[in-house]
Design a protein around this ligand. Sequence first.
Ligand code: C5J
Length: 226
Amino acid sequence: MKAFTIDAKPYPYLLPDQAPALVIIDMQRDFVEPGGFGAALGNDVAPLLAIVPAVRRLLETCRRLGLTIIHTREAHRADLADCPPAKRARGGCKLRIGDVGPMGRLLIDGEAGNAIIPELRPLPGEIELAKPGKGAFYATALHELLQARGISHLLFAGVTTEVCVQTSMREANDRGYECLLVEDATESYFPEFKRATLAMLTAQGGIVGWTATSAQVITALEARYE
Ligand code: C5J
């Protein structure tokens, strides 16, 4: 039988019978639009918006092929009971988690700024997961949801590469998932951090997983699951 692979780094990524899930990390207004939490930390958010077309192409392909799709949001409860004081204090900026910004309270579930950007808004049937940490597995039901569906392979996209994306991919790797990060569907406020993250994830024979471009991923998914 023919083996279907994604042309990936550091070596081809084998696509299983049970299709991978697409995990889109934190494409929420808080991080990619001016006036959100990312901007409050002093970042220029423009580079993050540049990946939206690539994430959208990937999302549309996965939708058409019927893959499981998970959208995460970094989000805290309105009473901040799930936000450690150390996290809230970090950065020492004028606006902190829970404070009111131009798009509502920063990083608070249900506020306007906490929503996924309109271009990538989840459709009914897709899983939208609020997560109080940087990693998508910390204090969420993600592992149980994936296990219930028999999913062993995860394709990662979203922001930021070296913070929530990398943390989530490492958590997934430790739980036994075969993980691939889509290179042009992830971004950082710091280009050198993105480059370093892609390199460190795939070093040592793919110690955390694989990377590939969205074109390579889409071509392989269509060949395997269409
Ligand atoms: C950050 C994230 N950078 N989604 N969150 O605080 O990467």
